[in-house]
Design a protein around this ligand. Structure first.
Ligand SMILES: Nc1ncnc2c1ncn2[C@@H]1O[C@H](COP(=O)(O)OP(=O)(O)OP(=O)(O)O)[C@@H](O)[C@H]1O
Length: 248
């Protein structure tokens, strides 16, 4: 398969994401059909869409992980990008701190790794093996691994999708706290409308290869699921997804 033709531009000044006419196709089927999108530096954005709508395809494009995919358009992304997936992708043969530090050397990096583990609530677990961690703890370690690289952009593809409801809520609080402290731009792919509304300041819906809805969530943090004003955003997002409350 021929590689795509757009150029990946690294901006010299303010890190931000810009997609201009981004297309991606698999075996002749267009999944992204000329997506235009700007994400200002430090903005927390969630991306919703039906299964198969192309959310991961978009995220992988921004991450620069899709060189084998056919496509075109222009794409601008910051220099330092970290990606968190649904599974932690920790290397089972390395201890937790070694996983966090993967590819980084030196005392200063080790210190940053320890600090990052403390930030995600895993102080004291540096020498644990990945298989000794719960699912939530493994995702915390994955967040620490991305933080330690001080990303300008954090890409997260359903990072809490495999966690139980209570752990997921704890992770929401943690992610938002980490964002407050470090202020990377965030692009969070999720199926969960409530997760998007509670965490993000802007929610996008991917529909037929384009951004079908671009909604600013203008409510203070921390947000409560019970905030009636969030209910209005929820309805608009569900409508954009073609879901009515009656069908819940
Ligand atoms: N490597 C690939 N080869 C062929 N088709 C692919 C490939 N990657 C994705 N696709 C197809 O592109 C479409 C979009 O997939 P993608 O994973 O981006 O959707 P998604 O919105 O993230 O879905 P989900 O919410 O189910 O994870 C799907 O129809 C999928 O089958």
């Amino acid at each position: 398969m021929a590689p795509h033709t757009e150029q990946l531009t690294r901006p010299a000044t303010r890190p931000a994401v810009r997609l201009e006419g981004l297309t991606r196709s698999f075996e002749g089927r267009t999944v992204l059909d000329g997506v235009d999108l700007d994400i200002p530096a430090g903005q927390f954005v969630a991306l919703l869409g039906h299964s198969g709508s192309g959310k991961s395809t978009l995220l992988r494009a921004v991450a620069g992980l899709d060189h084998e995919v056919r496509g075109s358009g222009r794409l601008t992304a910051p220099e330092r990008v970290s990606v968190v997936f649904q599974d932690s992708r920790l290397l089972p043969w390395r201890r937790v701190l070694a996983n966090v530090l993967l590819g980084l050397d030196g005392k200063a990096a080790e210190e940053r790794g320890r600090e990052a583990l403390a930030e995600v609530g895993l102080a004291g677990r540096e020498r644990a093996w990945p298989n000794e961690l719960s699912g939530g703890e493994a995702q915390r370690a994955a967040l620490a691994r991305s933080l330690v690289r001080e990303p300008e952009l954090l890409l997260a593809d359903e990072p809490f999708g495999a966690l139980d409801a209570l752990t997921r809520i704890r992770m929401h609080v943690l992610l938002r706290e980490l964002w407050e402290r470090h202020r990377p731009s965030v692009l969070l792919v999720t199926h969960d409308v409530d997760e998007a509304i509670v965490l993000a300041d802007r929610v996008l819906v991917l529909d037929r290869g384009r951004i079908g809805l671009d909604l600013t969530i203008d409510r203070p943090h921390p947000r409560s699921y019970r905030d009636p004003l969030l209910g209005e955003y929820r309805e608009r997002l569900l409508a954009a997804l073609g879901v009515t409350e009656d069908h819940q």
